[in-house]
Design a protein around this ligand. Structure first.
Ligand code: 5AD
Ligand code: SF4
Length: 471
């Protein structure tokens, strides 16, 4: 899990209160951080990228693995020093913890880290301004209780200006929570039960995004493909989204194999806007471990499902998540994971050492493995995954790709975009091309991106062929 600074742009106004939001973990936290920034803007806060300038610091946290959760306490240690130094200058600093650690640990955070003034869980972000007002009147506030029907109230409307400032791709939360209860995972406890956001609200937000110039939308949910309403599932929602003028590309993440229904698979066949890329975690290739993980499918079920998906969309790129060293995982179980990986050949994948999470069934299972075994297995798995990833990337050299131009590249004359398969591509273009989809020929494959013909030393080219704009 990476950590990112909030993507909100700086505004001026030296007398305005400033908020610094640091985001840990998944894309839903990135989305939530943006929305918290939007909600606070209504309250007179301007975003800052510099923690030193902030009057309010929010850490939007991740609880998925122990390391992710522990990072927060070391960050809070640094913030405590900053707050103490400010106190000597008569200045104040308000400190809030939001996200999944906030939900999981609640008041314990304030006990363990007295520097914290405010703890707000992911389902109560709409109450952030009121909670802050209480902090300013001297209270220390913990807001983690919520009613299920409030679940999507924490998503304030965004102004077109804010959307545009964020660029031509956007996240859109459509589903939250998880009912699957994989035995390693804290998400069902931190994000609660599966809830689908109403279709009308999703379509309204998607139209607003498109009108503000967004070309690509990624639908988010902990189990996004469990999204459903009385009228249909995620496939039916994608079909409606694909009709919105201006929205050229649709993606969704993260999916559970059990929720890939026929209509969603058919959407991959039917919708040009639905990109040929699917993140579909399997976690392990061993049936024994899959059972202990409560995944409720076997390795063979997963491979059969991929056959059906590839029949609908033969060029689809697959991505996955893996856990090595789950309690009781034998050498043979681990080999089964490597076998499955060899059969699937993922375009990209994320892999982790098992981390025991308090309160999950896995934590109290027998057969926890030593760290060195987990480390060795992770290295072997990652070596194999990397081989496939490199081969996948190199397979594009010499081919034409459609690239959605997103932002400036490192050198003048270079812009960076993404291919349909989510690979970053450096293209020869200027800022005027941002938001356009251009067709380029791939010349070479670099460690983390592809280089389009003419992009290398684009600034020195005398007459570049104009790029072919596709949309
Ligand atoms: N230990 C290690 N990895 C985990 N994940 C979830 N819980 C744990 C855990 N306890 C991984 C899974 C999941 C991804 C988001 O994080 O692979 O798909
Ligand atoms: Fe966690 Fe499993 Fe739910 Fe994914 S499906 S969020 S891994 S419990």
């Amino acid at each position: 899990m990476s950590q990112r600074r909030s993507a909100v742009t700086d505004a001026t106004g030296d007398n305005a209160r400033k908020v610094f939001i640091k985001t840990y973990g998944c894309q839903m936290n990135v989305y939530d951080s943006q929305r918290m920034g939007d909600a606070l803007a209504g309250d007179g806060y301007v975003p800052t990228q510099r923690i030193e300038d902030a009057d309010l610091v929010l850490l939007n946290t991740c609880h998925i693995r122990e390391k992710a959760a522990e990072k927060i306490y070391s960050e809070l240690g640094r913030i405590r020093e900053m707050k103490a130094e400010r106190a000597t200058q008569g200045r104040t600093l308000t400190v809030g913890v939001t996200g999944c650690v906030a939900q999981a640990e609640g008041a314990e955070i304030i006990e363990r880290a007295p520097v914290v003034d405010l703890v707000v869980g992911p389902q109560t972000y709409h109450r952030l301004p009121q909670a802050l007002a209480r902090v300013h009147s001297g209270e220390r506030v913990v807001e983690t209780e919520y009613a299920v029907e409030d679940k999507f109230d924490h998503l304030p409307k965004q102004a077109a200006r804010q959307i545009r400032a964020r660029g031509v791709t956007a996240f859109l939360t459509v589903q939250e929570g998880c009912d699957k209860f994989c035995t390693f995972c804290v998400v069902p406890y931190t994000r609660g039960a599966e809830v689908s956001r109403p279709r009308a609200a999703i379509l309204e937000e998607a139209r607003a995004l498109a009108e503000a110039g967004v070309r690509e939308v990624t639908l988010l949910g902990q189990n996004v493909n469990a999204w459903a309403d009385g009228a249909g599932g995620l496939g039916s929602l994608l079909r409606e989204l694909a009709e919105i003028p201006g929205l050229a590309r649709l993606r969704y993440t993260t999916s559970h194999p059990r929720d890939m229904d026929d209509d969603l698979i058919a959407a991959h066949r039917d919708l040009r806007a639905l990109m040929p890329y699917l993140h579909l975690p399997v976690q392990s290739g061993s049936d024994r471990i899959l059972k202990a993980m409560n995944r409720r499918h076997t390795g063979a079920d997963y491979l059969r499902l991929l056959d059906r998906i590839r029949a609908a969309r033969p060029d689809i790129a697959l991505s996955g998540d893996f856990i090595v060293g789950f309690p009781g995982e034998s050498d043979a179980d681990f080999e089964a994971t490597l076998d499955l990986v060899r059969q699937v050949r993922y375009a990209t994948a994320y892999s982790f050492k098992y981390s025991a999470r308090p309160g999950t069934p896995g934590a109290t299972m027998d057969g926890h493995l030593p760290e060195d075994v987990k480390t060795e297995r992770l290295e072997r798995l990652q070596t194999l995954l990397r081989e496939h990833q490199v081969a996948f990337q190199e397979s594009f050299v010499g081919r034409e790709e459609d690239v959605l131009v997103e932002k400036a590249g490192r050198h003048p004359g270079q812009m960076i975009g993404r291919s349909p398969f989510l690979l970053p591509v450096v293209v020869p273009a200027s800022a005027g091309a941002i938001g356009e989809i251009v067709r380029v020929r791939i010349e070479s494959s670099l460690p983390n991106s592809l280089m389009a013909e003419g992009a290398d030393h684009a600034d020195r080219l005398v007459s570049a062929e104009p790029l072919r704009k596709i949309a």
